[in-house]
Design a protein around this ligand. Structure first.
Ligand SMILES: Nc1ncnc2c1ncn2[C@@H]1O[C@H](COP(=O)(O)OP(=O)(O)OP(=O)(O)O)[C@@H](O)[C@H]1O
Ligand SMILES: [Mg+2]
Length: 246
């Protein structure tokens, strides 16, 4: 598999607090990578460093052969890396369709073209029936769907999802898992931050574990669930025991 995004020794500090410390890993073409770890481990900070919301203190982010460290979020998105936000940012006064069109306007100035892209994406994310509902009136699950749909409308090569399954019920989680696999099949790579292990273990090709800003493990899901340091820092014995039973 071809490497497409290289995170190389990223360090990010807030005053004396080191939120990311020399974090390195690679995302390959057509791969689902999950970033896990306890609250405050530095997952969202790393998303912000990759997508231009923060300029890392040191280290390098390379997309294909381009050094994109410190690029603006707009330019990173234009290049093909799009993220969603842990706290959804639905545009309340706009309809679902208009929310999604804002993403499509990244590549076109024509309303009709952006509408066409929004239609495609709404079909994929099961939002077509709700296209005329205002963002502010949506349920949390639909707000999360719109968040993913708007990101997809920018036509990314890498989609980064920050806890897009939190607060969803089992069926809704299953829908998002299927959507992730469908997107992978269509050629995308995904970087997923998630606390729901039952959801990400089955769909991830590779898992990166952060704890207190540092990468403590990386590997396929079956290795990660058996990693003693990961169990101690995050998964806990309960999960370990469960994984052993199967
Ligand atoms: N803008 C900021 N200013 C100061 N400290 C920050 C800032 N953003 C994050 N931090 C701190 O950096 C550390 C990492 O936070 P981050 O939000 O990246 O964690 P996380 O892994 O995403 O956690 P969670 O699972 O709760 O979302 C925390 O100690 C947090 O308080
Ligand atoms: Mg976070």
């Amino acid at each position: 598999m071809k490497p497409i995004l290289n995170i190389d020794n990223i360090t990010m500090k807030f005053g004396s607090l080191v939120a990311n410390e020399n974090v390195s890993f690679t995302i390959h073409d057509n791969e689902i990578v999950s970033l896990i770890g306890p609250n405050g481990a530095g997952k969202t900070t790393l998303f912000n460093c990759i997508t231009g919301f923060y300029k890392p203190f040191s280290g390098k982010v390379t997309y294909m052969d381009k050094d994109i460290t410190g690029w603006t979020s707009y330019d990173v998105c234009k290049l093909g890396i799009t993220r969603t936000f842990q706290i959804v940012k639905t545009l309340k006064e706009m309809t679902v369709e208009e929310n999604i069109m804002t993403g499509a306007f990244l590549h076109t100035k024509k309303r009709i073209e952006s509408q066409k892209i929004a239609e495609e994406v709404m079909e994929l994310t099961d939002l077509t029936r709700k296209k005329n509902i205002k963002g502010g009136s949506l349920t949390i699950v639909d707000k999360k769907r719109v968040e993913i749909a708007r990101a997809l409308a920018t036509r990314p090569k890498i989609l980064m999802l920050d806890e897009c399954m939190a607060g969803l019920n089992q069926t809704e989680i299953k829908d998002v898992m299927n959507l992730c696999l469908k997107l992978k099949d269509s050629g995308l790579s995904l970087l997923i931050v998630e606390h729901i292990m039952e959801a990400i273990m089955p769909i991830s090709d590779n898992i990166v574990v952060l704890n207190a800003g540092k990468k403590i493990a990386e590997g396929p899901p079956e290795e990660i669930v058996d990693n003693d340091e990961v169990i101690k820092a995050y998964l806990g014995d309960k999960y370990h025991a469960k994984s052993k039973k199967h």
